[in-house]
Design a protein around this ligand. Structure first.
Ligand SMILES: Nc1nc2c(c(=O)[nH]1)N[C@H]1C(S)=C(S)[C@@H](COP(=O)(O)OP(=O)(O)OC[C@H]3O[C@@H](n4cnc5c(=O)[nH]c(N)nc54)[C@H](O)[C@@H]3O)O[C@H]1N2
Ligand SMILES: Nc1nc2c(c(=O)[nH]1)N[C@H]1C(S)=C(S)[C@@H](COP(=O)(O)OP(=O)(O)OC[C@H]3O[C@@H](n4cnc5c(=O)[nH]c(N)nc54)[C@H](O)[C@@H]3O)O[C@H]1N2
Ligand SMILES: [Mo]
Length: 680
């Protein structure tokens, strides 16, 4: 569990970064007495290689933050008033919560909704005891779509699963397209491999509407319009076809539906595609030539490009590019969006979640991305009962869910009973009836998989829970007891859960001893086809460009009033809305900013550094203007998901986003959003 260090009073504990990031780093935690004094990256874990991002190297600062929630809190003000809470005992909180939930469940348990995402990616502190609890209760189920489900559905449709290149072979590529990914900010440990390739002479091309810090370090930046990636992929395919840069043998043996795709691509000559993307025709032609004529050619796709109406189809089209050129034949060729499918045969979610506790019931499912509308929806035959209670853990929906005016109105309903398990008084916690203090990653046991690499990791508890905080698992155990659930599965310990999280291919003792264990993954997974589809062939049929809901081309009347496309990608020093309250990190980010191109600012008479109002029909939000070459003309960038209450006027970018869903996977289209900006 821990090993002695040079100093006799120090111990080293093996940890794993819990955050929603493809890197899932192995942590080396130094504990002196009962206090964590250092959080570092494990030197011997391959992709972590001893380095952490700035945020997570400050993890102890987050754990020992003076504003950490250390006691259960009960609301004593009305929902429409400023939040006021008083500490209560765990017994009082749990008894009262159980009584409220029982009364609702007696009418209809589907009126109770769990709301969670990836505040921790741990398999235990995520959906283990919590899922058992809600299965036994028969609560509504939650479709967890807020981040990746368009891309996930698209990869499943194309390759049969969420599979891709091995991270380390990017270092051997000769061309890397970094597509919809600000790797230096949000996938730093991939960047190490890309940089190695660059030093070995590879060409790096960044495809992103924003000139990110990653674009700065690439040889070329292609600043396409948000949501135009599908058109770019079709334009590239047009060039591959007319110049006969295809691997006919690979296509014939390993791709279904090519004839249909060919037809479609031929209707996208470079002029048409470049116009849809807002880029130069020569830029597109040259990109096609580079991609076709450089081997091995690798694509690092990330989820940034699928947060638009056509996100799913765009991922399908891009995922087909390496199938057309045969880039998959080489271990340093192909594509990586997610590696999570590699873990599927080794994981055992049924054992953790126990779906049999549903006892034949099939509760309705509510999409987390439409929580604003769904909290405001009355009971109906289609929808089922009105939502009367929400239990939130590992998520901050009031800040991160789209169209926050509706999310705030929903959580402000005086008749809604809300319980939030948290580390801090987030925007969501501010609207709770009860806030229950949860442990951080330094205080609990967990096991982790990754969506960027292919190693399983363990996180041992380094210190005891702070104050009266408890792990999510323990809170749900105690809630189950308060509800009168007597099944033995509700008293299983975290270690017992950890031992059930994987099938026998992962040896728990070995995992514990090393801290991580690599999965056996083929070096070049699709070199000879073998996709995870029923036919073993990649599926090209049916994929097409789907234009944005909101753009100059698809909605000209709206664009006349709101001519600027707004994207709101991650801030480097935050993780979604986590860390916004860590002062040293917030100081680096400064204030909520809107980046705008100088031409757009001049057309509106706006000055750099001034306060502006960003608005559309859904709402209005004030922030600081940064006139900045990172923004292309016609597109503004509202960085990071700030806590509403730490913004200039108590709101954030999601005031402006909408709840319409992507073409596949029912995900939000955060970056498919028109706005106007005025002096504020
Ligand atoms: N530092 C930091 N790291 C993070 C996060 C964070 O908030 N901060 N978030 C984590 C999470 S939740 C996730 S899901 C992952 C991945 O998170 P992603 O959302 O994929 O984040 P990025 O890698 O920053 O990639 C987004 C990039 O896509 C660009 N983009 C926006 N719209 C389009 C478009 O239409 N087309 C193209 N081609 N590009 C577009 C943005 O400008 C941005 O540079 O990162 C994780 N890592
Ligand atoms: N406009 C806009 N909106 C976005 C995005 C965007 O790019 N633009 N990105 C979207 C994406 S990709 C995602 S993934 C979502 C993310 O949305 P969320 O999953 O809600 O992520 P966070 O904002 O990081 O909030 C996670 C919360 O979980 C808490 N937490 C962490 N660990 C634990 C624990 O062990 N127990 C408990 N009880 N709580 C814990 C943290 O304190 C934090 O407040 O946001 C989405 N929203
Ligand atoms: Mo995400």
């Amino acid at each position: 569990m821990s090993s002695p260090e040079s100093s006799p009073s120090q111990r080293i504990v093996k940890g794993a970064c819990p955050h929603d990031c493809p890197d899932t780093c192995a942590l080396r935690i130094t504990v002196e007495g009962e206090r964590v004094i250092k959080v570092q990256g494990q030197a011997d874990h391959p992709s972590t290689h001893g380095a952490l991002c700035t945020k997570v190297s400050r993890y102890a600062e987050r754990t020992y933050h003076p504003e950490r929630l250390l006691r259960p809190m009960k609301r004593v003000s009305a929902k429409h008033e400023a939040p006021r809470f008083e500490p209560v005992s765990w017994n009082e909180a749990l008894a009262d919560i159980a009584a409220r939930l029982k009364a609702i469940a007696a009418r209809d348990p589907e009126a109770i909704l769990p709301y969670s995402y990836a505040g921790t990616m741990g398999l235990l502190q995520g959906e283990s005891m919590a899922a058992r609890f809600f299965n036994k209760l028969g609560a509504s189920r939650l479709d967890r779509t807020i981040c990746a489900s368009a891309g996930a559905k698209a990869l499943n449709a194309t390759y049969g699963h969420r599979l891709g290149m091995h991270l380390r072979f990017f270092a051997e590529a000769k061309l890397i397209l970094i597509w919809g990914s600000n790797s230096i900010a949000s996938n730093l440990h991939f960047w190490t491999y890309a940089n190695q390739a660059k030093r070995n002479g590879a060409r790096l091309i960044c495809i992103d509407p924003r000139k990110t810090e990653t674009a700065d370090k690439c040889h070329q930046h292609i600043a396409l319009l948000p949501g135009s990636d599908g058109a770019l992929a079709l334009g590239l395919m047009h060039e591959l076809i007319v110049n006969d840069w295809l691997d006919h043998d690979y296509i014939e043996r390993h791709v279904d539906g090519f004839a249909e795709l060919r037809e479609k691509a031929l209707s996208w000559p470079p002029e048409r595609a470049a116009a849809a993307c807002g880029i130069g025709v020569d830029e597109l032609r040259q990109l096609a030539r580079d991609y076709a004529q450089t081997a091995p050619a690798a694509i690092r796709l990330n989820y940034g490009m699928q947060r638009v109406r056509g996100g799913g189809n765009a991922v399908r089209l891009i995922a087909l590019l390496p199938c057309l050129t045969g880039a998959w034949r080489h271990r340093a060729g192909g594509l990586l969006l997610s590696s999570s499918g590699w873990f599927a045969p080794h994981k055992n979610p049924q054992a953790l979640e126990l779906p049999e506790l549903l006892a034949g019931r099939a509760p309705r499912t509510i999409n987390m991305s439409t929580i604003g509308d769904d909290l405001l929806r009355p009971a109906s035959a289609d929808f089922g009962p009105r939502v009367e209670a929400v239990i939130v853990y590992n998520s901050n929906p009031v800040a991160v869910a789209p169209e926050s005016p509706k999310v705030v109105a929903g959580f402000s309903r005086p008749d809604l009973f809300t319980v939030v398990l948290e580390h801090f008084m987030t925007d969501t916690a501010d609207l709770a009836d009860y806030v229950l203090p949860a442990t951080t990653q330094l205080e609990h046991l967990d096991v982790h998989t990754s969506y960027g690499h292919t190693d399983v990791l363990i996180n041992e508890a380094a210190i005891a829970p702070q104050g009266e905080a408890k792990p999510n698992t323990q809170i749900f155990r105690e809630l189950a007891a308060a509800m009168g659930y007597t099944e033995p599965c509700f008293v299983e310990s975290d270690e017992a859960l950890a031992r059930q999280a994987f099938k026998s291919s992962i040896d728990f003792e070995a995992l514990r001893a090393q801290g991580w264990q690599s999965l056996p993954v083929p070096e070049a997974p699709f070199a000879d086809g073998g996709f995870a589809t029923p036919s073993g062939r990649a599926q090209a049929g049916g994929a097409d460009y789907v234009p944005n809901y909101e753009s100059r081309a698809s909605s000209p009347e709206l664009a006349a009033r709101y001519p600027l496309a707004m994207i709101s990608p991650p801030a480097r020093n935050f993780l979604n809305s986590s860390f916004v309250n860590v002062k040293s990190l917030r100081d680096i980010e400064g204030e909520p900013l809107l980046e705008m191109h100088a031409d757009d600012a001049a057309a509106r008479g706006l000055a750099d550094g001034s306060v502006v109002r960003v608005f559309n029909d859904r709402g209005s939000y004030r922030c600081k203007l940064s006139i900045n070459a990172r923004a292309r003309p016609g597109v503004v960038n509202g960085l990071g998901v700030w806590w509403r209450k730490l913004g200039l006027d108590g709101s954030n970018v999601n005031e402006l986003t909408h709840q319409r869903l992507t073409d596949m996977g029912q995900a939000p289209s955060f970056y498919d959003c028109l706005v106007e900006v005025a002096a504020g």
